[in-house]
Ligand binder design. Structure first.
Ligand code: MTE
Ligand code: MO
Length: 257
């Protein structure tokens, strides 16, 4: 019998631990400790006390609840951290990548990578901000505006939201339709002027520029238009569904966007 799901970490308040780290490298847990925890395996993560840093310790709790859950929490280069709640994710490329748009639409559609590449692309440069505190300034993303794919499919009038699914088989995300139609929300094919790498969720990930990075689902495989918002993976475990940077999970200290 699996244990009752652990509560989410407490909301982050203004103060040293809640501040983004300006160089994008530090976190509430030091890198060496994180690596040590990964080295010791999921059991060590699962018993990590919450005081060591909400999100990472919480990931450990999630892995205790579901043994197929988190095993990867490693530096991803350039100040990024690698996150995956799935133990391993098979690579997909031009030959076997597919993105399906379905649900409350007039014309369900499946795109190949090539088809996505041939659509007009947009480019957004912002700071990437994880809810745990790490930040990578001035990161470029390029891809197809989500609004374009929604319009191509023809959203039905009764629809109000979008659910995203991933070919890791586990992660999900959600947006309201007005959020999904913003011009800084895209199906991203490139990051930092290179094709999206597998470790960053390639060949295609969602990119939601104005929200914490957990909204930017990696290894995107499905866009389903729904009647209501269906909270995503972390949201079912207590994180805010509307994850505006600086305005969610207790962060009331940042300027209004
Ligand atoms: N499929 C999937 N997408 C995901 C996650 C995940 O575990 N699985 N983690 C999220 C979180 S919490 C963060 S901070 C970013 C990390 O992206 P990166 O690995 O490219 O740094 O991906 C987000 N998207
Ligand atoms: Mo994150």
């Amino acid at each position: 019998m699996s244990p009752v799901p652990a509560p989410p970490p407490p909301p982050r308040r203004a103060g040293p631990a809640a501040q983004p780290d300006p160089d994008g490298h530090g976190t509430p847990i030091g890198r060496r400790l994180v690596l040590g925890m990964v080295g010791l395996g999921a059991a060590a993560l699962a018993t990590a006390p919450y005081v060591q840093g909400g999100f990472e310790a919480f990931l450990g709790a999630a892995s205790e609840k579901d043994p197929t859950s988190l095993t990867g929490l490693l530096p991803n280069g350039g100040g990024f951290r690698y996150y995956s709640v799935a133990a391993s994710v098979p690579e997909r490329g031009p030959e076997n990548y597919r993105l399906t748009v379905d649900g409350l639409v007039e014309r369900p559609t499946t795109y190949t990578l090539d088809a996505l590449q041939r659509l007009p692309q947009t480019r957004v440069v912002r700071d990437v901000q994880c809810v745990t505190g790490w930040r990578v300034p001035g990161t470029s993303f390029e891809g197809v505006p989500l609004a374009r794919l929604l319009d191509a499919a023809g959203v039905r009038p009764e629809a109000r939201a979008v659910r995203f699914s991933c070919f890791d088989g586990t992660y999900t995300e959600s947006l309201t339709l007005p959020q999904a139609r913003r011009d800084d929300v895209m199906v991203a094919l490139r990051m930092q002027d290179e094709p999206m790498r597998h470790s960053h969720g390639g060949p295609v990930r969602l990119y939601v520029a104005p929200m914490y990075f957990y909204k930017s689902a990696k290894w995107l495989s499905g866009i389903t238009v729904t009647r209501d918002v269906e909270p995503g993976y972390w949201e079912r475990l207590g994180y805010d569904v509307d994850a505006w940077v600086g305005r969610s999970n207790g962060r009331d200290d940042a300027p209004t966007v």
